[in-house]
Ligand binder design. Structure first.
Ligand code: GDP
Length: 287
């Protein structure tokens, strides 16, 4: 699901987010566990100030478990509640529920001191496109969830999903735009298939990925494609093409097909669980 953003989109998305965020106590931010920084928009920090905050490392099933742990520690050190998640699995939702309670403890204390008892926490889900917001809302809300309808003071059209007596969730997620102006970030977003990269063609994208994998996950390309992980990245791509019978007329390796296959294999988790950025690495806009 590729997407393109234009300044008009961004202004609209930011305004919508500003409106929604006024209605909630808690922002549940979804990031892609394979690129936890590149799949964030740092503007959420100013948009979400004064709110309880949580980060879900979603698609954790596709990311490297050791790195998932490292990223969890990284965000916890910044004061977020963190859950590693596969949003397609309903089984993870209990953990999320518990984390929501922890994230909102201060708010509940504040309420209690003011004599407000049993007011449900209002939460919204936010994140860039394709991180799994809709999947999460569906899994989390489940079938039993009742839509509570419009309430006074709530923008028309907003529906609240009553998750239990303690939590209500806004049914429309807040959409943030990715920071794809940064080349490294753009590359990583293109690797996971979240943006269509006009600058990098498929073959270049695959060659860059090969370069990353042979460095960070040596042996992984050999295991799947029986290639020697030596020489230029493009030579390895050619070898992938040959070994997978991606050939053109005249027995020339069809690198474009091999690139598409490799990227699909990566995105589908068929190369194994891989994380594409490290905490404390060269993440240009890491805060
Ligand atoms: P949204 O644009 O943020 O609402 O993203 P969607 O909920 O539409 O999810 C985008 C794609 O990612 C869909 O194909 C989902 O099935 C898939 N997806 C969502 N969550 C997960 C997850 O935790 N693990 C995996 N492997 N795929 C997921």
């Amino acid at each position: 699901m590729n997407f393109q953003w234009y300044p008009g989109h961004m202004t609209k998305a930011r305004r919508a987010m500003e409106e929604s965020i006024k209605l909630v106590d808690l922002v549940i931010e979804l990031v892609d566990a394979r690129i936890p920084v590149s799949s964030r928009n740092p503007d959420i920090d100013s948009l979400g100030r004064n709110k309880a905050r949580m980060i879900l490392l979603n698609k954790a099933d596709l990311a490297d478990e050791k790195m998932n742990a490292a990223w969890e520690a990284y965000f916890r050190a910044k004061g977020y509640e963190v859950v590693r998640l596969d949003a397609r699995q309903k089984s993870g939702m209990k953990t999320v529920q518990a984390a929501i309670e922890t994230a909102c403890r201060e708010k509940r204390e504040r309420d209690r001191r003011r004599g407000i008892l049993n007011r449900p926490v209002r939460a919204m889900v936010a994140g860039i496109p394709n991180v799994g917001k809709s999947t999460f809302i569906n899994s989390f809300a489940g079938r039993a969830a009742a839509k509570t309808g419009n309430k006074p003071g709530v923008t028309k059209g907003n529906q609240w999903i009553k998750l239990n007596k303690n939590v209500e969730l806004l049914d429309t997620p807040g959409i943030l735009w990715p920071k794809f102006e940064d080349q490294q970030v753009g590359l990583r977003l293109a690797w996971i298939g979240s943006i269509k990269d006009d600058i990098l063609q498929g073959e270049e994208l695959a060659a860059e990925l090969i370069g990353y994998l042979r460095e960070e996950y040596p042996g992984i390309l050999n295991a799947r494609y029986q290639v020697e992980e030596s020489g230029e990245n493009f030579e390895i791509l050619e070898e992938v093409a040959r070994n997978r019978a991606c050939v053109k007329k005249g027995n020339e390796p069809d690198c474009s097909r091999a690139a598409a296959m490799l990227l699909e294999d990566f995105r589908g988790g068929r190369l194994g669980r891989i994380t594409l950025e490290k905490p404390g690495g060269d993440n240009a806009h890491e805060q």
